[in-house]
Ligand binder design. Structure first.
Ligand code: FES
Ligand SMILES: [Fe+2]
Length: 339
């Protein structure tokens, strides 16, 4: 199996956390992502969310060209549109009935883990089975999120596995992120593994920063908080990381159909603010977004320097004890290919 076929198999057979419910609060809200030469759009159709491949069933025109926004689901080519669960086709009588019967959006299967929306083209297991123990943690996190404050999407110039493995290990942090993530002085922390997920939790060694972070807790309304840095990995392409649960970076490392390219995106999801502090927190979310952007640019810069074939070359398979999550990821890849 080529690495492209492997990526396709992972995309099609697994559930992917595409978004949080609060990212698409109004009818017409949409989000667009790319994977393997195709796109996936999540769309709010009068309160119902659907995920589909962004293609008009008439002639295959892409409905949306921006990464996110609010617009009717209407094709600019011949005016076909989708509303309230149905295709609306101008001059219907000019088409054969059999063609009209096939005029449907190409949708993905959906499931929810509390307020997180997952989608899969042809899942090989239930979402419960795929998430295992991590289901409950993810559900608790979802109830503490109330919106989005940043969308950062671009192509990493490297294989998706290189980008993801970089996101899975803290060993590089002092070298690659000396003035950003390293300032937290994260401890060794601990890992928790399920068959298809891993969770890393680590305390902050920077006491003054920890004190500052504890002091803003009253601005939030959180039923669940991890007082430290927490990073969840959801096989195959998704990470969700947070400092003190005040905001979450939802990251996708979607494979591209072109070699040595990854469709990276990070969206900043906001922790729920207490009623009087929504305005006061805007500056905090803006600075978190800026910091995340810097961290991902630093990650991209190092990932570009890695040998293009490193993910397939056993010569570069050396792992330290801090890189257990990479070993788990590689075991998941083998298990997925063997099933
Ligand atoms: S291609 Fe969309 S309406 Fe014709
Ligand atoms: Fe990094």
């Amino acid at each position: 199996m080529t690495s492209l076929q492997q990526a396709q198999q992972l995309r099609d057979g697994f559930w992917h956390l595409l978004c949080h419910r609060s990212e698409l609060p109004s009818s017409g809200d949409y989000l667009k992502m790319e994977w393997l030469g195709e796109e996936v759009v999540v769309y709010n159709d009068q309160g119902n969310l659907l995920a589909f491949d962004n293609l008009c069933p008439h002639r295959g025109t892409r409905f949306f060209t921006e990464t996110h926004g609010n617009a009717p689901l209407a094709c600019p080519y011949h005016g076909w549109s989708y509303r309230a669960g149905a295709m609306h086709i101008p001059c219907r009588e000019r088409y054969a009935q059999a063609d009209l019967d096939n005029a449907k959006l190409h949708t993905l299967q959906l499931d929810w883990c509390a307020d997180f929306l997952f989608a899969a083209p042809a899942p090989r297991m239930t979402l419960d089975e795929q998430l295992g123990d991590t289901y409950a943690l993810l559900a608790d996190i979802s109830f503490n999120i109330a919106g989005r404050s940043d969308v950062n999407a671009y192509a990493y110039e490297c294989d998706w596995r290189i980008a993801l493995e970089n996101a899975l290990e803290p060993l590089h942090v002092p070298f690659v992120h000396p003035e950003s993530l390293a300032e937290l002085q994260l401890g060794d922390g601990s890992n928790h593994f399920t068959p298809w997920t891993s969770v890393w939790q680590a305390e902050l060694g920077n006491a003054s920063m920890a004190k500052k972070l504890r002091s803003i807790k009253r601005l939030f309304q959180l039923d669940q908080q991890y007082e430290g840095y927490q990073s969840l990995y959801l096989f195959p392409f998704t990470m969700l990381s947070s400092t003190y649960s005040y905001s979450y970076s939802l990251q996708h490392f979607f494979p591209s159909a072109q070699p040595w390219r990854t469709h990276f995106s990070s969206r900043l999801l906001n922790g729920a603010a207490s009623p009087s502090s929504a305005g006061a927190l805007q500056g905090f979310f803006d600075s978190s977004a800026r910091m995340n952007r810097q961290v991902f640019d630093e990650d991209h810069a190092i990932c570009k320097r890695i040998a293009k074939d490193a993910a397939d070359n056993p010569r570069f398979g050396i792992l330290s004890s801090d890189e257990e999550k990479i070993a788990h990821f590689r075991a998941c890849l083998l298990a997925a290919a063997g099933n």
